[in-house]
Design a protein around this ligand. Structure first.
Ligand SMILES: Cc1cc2nc3c(=O)[nH]c(=O)nc-3n(C[C@H](O)[C@H](O)[C@H](O)COP(=O)(O)OP(=O)(O)OC[C@H]3O[C@@H](n4cnc5c(N)ncnc54)[C@H](O)[C@@H]3O)c2cc1C
Length: 360
C-alpha cells in the first residue's frame, strides 16, 4: 500500500489526478483540504462546493496526500492516532470509553441538537484555556438552515452555533481562517470525512496546518443532504414551509421539523433520501472513527451518544465532568442505541464497498 505520506510516489501527480480520480467520479466531499493546504498562491480556489483550478498546478502532490477520497489508508492513520490498527471486531473503530451524556447547562440544552455534549465540551475547553477557538458550523442569517463554516473565538459564538444543519459545511475553511490568524490551539468539529482529511494533513506532516489542531470532535453521519434539494425544493417548495419558521430539524426514524408555532412535521426518510449527497454513498465512516471524541444522537432524546477515543478526548471529557458541566450515564443503560450505532457503522461500510464495487 502506498504510504500515506507518499511523498515520492505522489510527487509529479497533481490536481489533474485529483480531478480524474475524485472530482469527476463524484467522490469529492468538498471538504476543502486540498484548497487550504495547496502551498502555491492562487492555484486552487474553493468554488461551487469544492476545489477548482484557477492557476498553474506544479504537481507537488500535496492535494492528493490530504484528500480523504484519494488512496486513503485508514489503517495507516489509525497507527498514527492510536498506535495500532483496529481489530475486526472493533466495528466502530478504536475507543477508550463509550457512554451517554448530556449538558447540565440549561442555556446549552435549549439550543443544542441532542444532549449538547459538543457545545459543552467546547465551552469547557475554551473557558479553561485548552483552546483559543473552535472551527465549526455557524448559522447563516441570510439563508436559513444553510450551514456556514465559522471560526468561533468567543463563548457566545460557540453556544450560538449549537444544533445540527443537515447540509454539508466545509468546516476546514474555518479551521484555515484560524491558522491564518495565528491561533495556537483550535478545536475542530465536523463530519467523519473532515476528520479524515485533518488526519491526512497531520500524516503528511504539514506543520503549518497541523500544529494548531488541539482537538478533533467528530459527528456521527450517515449522509448529509443537498441544501438546494432538501431545504429549497422539498421543504420550502413542495411543502410550502417558511424555512425561517423552522426551529429544529432532527432525524429520529423520520426527518422531523419543529416550528416556532410549536408544530411538528414528520417526513418519512424515504422521501428525503433522494436529496442525500452522492459523495456520501461512497463513505465508510459512520461514527468519525479517527476523531478524539465522536458524538451522535442515535435515536436518543436529549442525550448524546459519546465515544471517547484518545487520551486527549478523555482529558477534555473528564474536565467537563469534574466541573459538573456534564451528566454521564453508562452505555449499558442504552443498549438498543449502542446496537444501532454498531449496525449503522457496519451498514455504512458495506454500502460504500458495494457502491464502489458496482461503479468502479
Ligand atoms: C450532516 C450531519 C449528519 C448527521 N447524521 C447523524 C446520524 O445519522 N446519526 C446520528 O446519530 N447523528 C448524526 N449527526 C450528529 C448529530 O446531529 C449531533 O451533531 C450530535 O449528536 C451531537 O449533538 P450535541 O447535542 O452534542 O451537539 P451540539 O451541542 O448541538 O453541537 C453540534 C455541533 O455541530 C456543529 N454542526 C452543525 N451542523 C453541522 C454541519 N452540517 N457540519 C459540521 N458541523 C456541524 C455545530 O456547529 C456544533 O458545534 C449528524 C450531524 C450532521 C452535521
Amino acid at each position: 500500500m502506498t504510504s500515506q505520506t507518499g511523498k515520492t510516489e505522489i510527487k509529479r501527480r497533481g490536481f489533474e489526478e485529483l480531478q480524474n480520480h475524485v472530482l469527476l467520479k463524484s467522490l469529492c466531499t468538498g471538504c476543502g483540504a486540498c484548497v487550504i493546504t495547496c502551498p502555491f498562491k492562487e492555484v486552487l480556489d474553493y468554488a461551487l462546493n469544492g476545489p477548482s483550478l484557477v492557476g498553474e498546478c506544479t504537481k507537488c502532490g500535496i492535494c492528493l496526500r490530504v484528500c480523504p477520497r484519494y488512496e486513503l489508508d485508514v489503517g495507516d492513520l489509525e497507527q498514527m492516532v492510536f498506535g495500532r490498527e483496529r481489530r475486526p471486531e472493533e466495528v466502530f473503530g478504536l475507543s477508550k470509553t463509550v457512554c451517554v451524556a448530556r449538558s447540565t447547562r440549561k442555556y446549552i440544552l435549549g439550543a443544542c441538537q441532542d444532549g449538547g455534549v459538543a457545545t459543552t465540551l467546547l465551552s469547557s475547553a475554551f473557558t479553561s484555556g485548552a483552546i483559543d477557538g473552535a472551527a465549526l458550523s455557524g448559522i447563516d442569517t441570510s439563508n436559513p438552515w444553510l450551514p456556514k463554516p465559522l471560526l468561533t473565538t468567543t463563548l457566545g459564538e460557540i453556544v450560538e452555533s449549537a444544533g445540527t444543519r443537515y447540509s454539508y459545511s466545509p468546516n476546514l475553511l474555518a479551521y484555515n481562517t484560524g491558522v491564518a490568524k495565528g491561533l495556537g490551539k483550535i478545536a475542530f468539529v465536523g463530519t467523519p470525512c473532515q476528520i479524515l482529511a485533518l488526519r491526512r494533513i497531520q500524516r503528511a506532516s504539514l506543520r503549518k496546518h497541523s500544529r494548531a489542531l488541539a482537538l478533533t470532535m467528530g459527528l456521527f453521519c450517515y449522509e448529509c443532504f443537498s441544501y438546494e434539494g432538501l431545504m429549497i425544493k422539498k421543504i420550502q417548495g413542495e411543502m410550502g414551509m417558511d424555512l425561517r419558521a423552522i426551529t429544529k430539524m432532527n432525524i429520529k426514524g423520520d426527518f422531523i421539523l419543529q416550528t416556532k408555532s410549536g408544530q411538528t412535521t414528520k417526513i418519512p426518510l424515504r422521501e428525503v433520501k433522494s436529496y442525500a449527497e452522492v459523495f456520501c454513498q461512497y463513505c465508510s465512516d459512520f461514527s468519525a472513527e479517527l476523531a478524539d471524541i465522536s458524538l451522535g444522537g442515535i435515536g436518543l432524546e436529549g442525550w448524546t451518544f459519546t465515544v471517547i477515543r484518545t487520551d486527549k478526548g478523555e482529558e477534555l471529557f473528564s474536565q467537563a465532568v469534574n466541573k459538573g458541566s456534564l451528566e454521564v450515564k453508562p452505555v449499558e443503560d442504552f443498549e438498543s442505541a449502542f446496537k444501532l450505532m454498531k449496525k449503522l457503522s457496519k451498514n455504512k461500510r458495506s454500502r460504500a464497498e458495494k457502491n464502489r464495487k458496482e461503479r468502479f
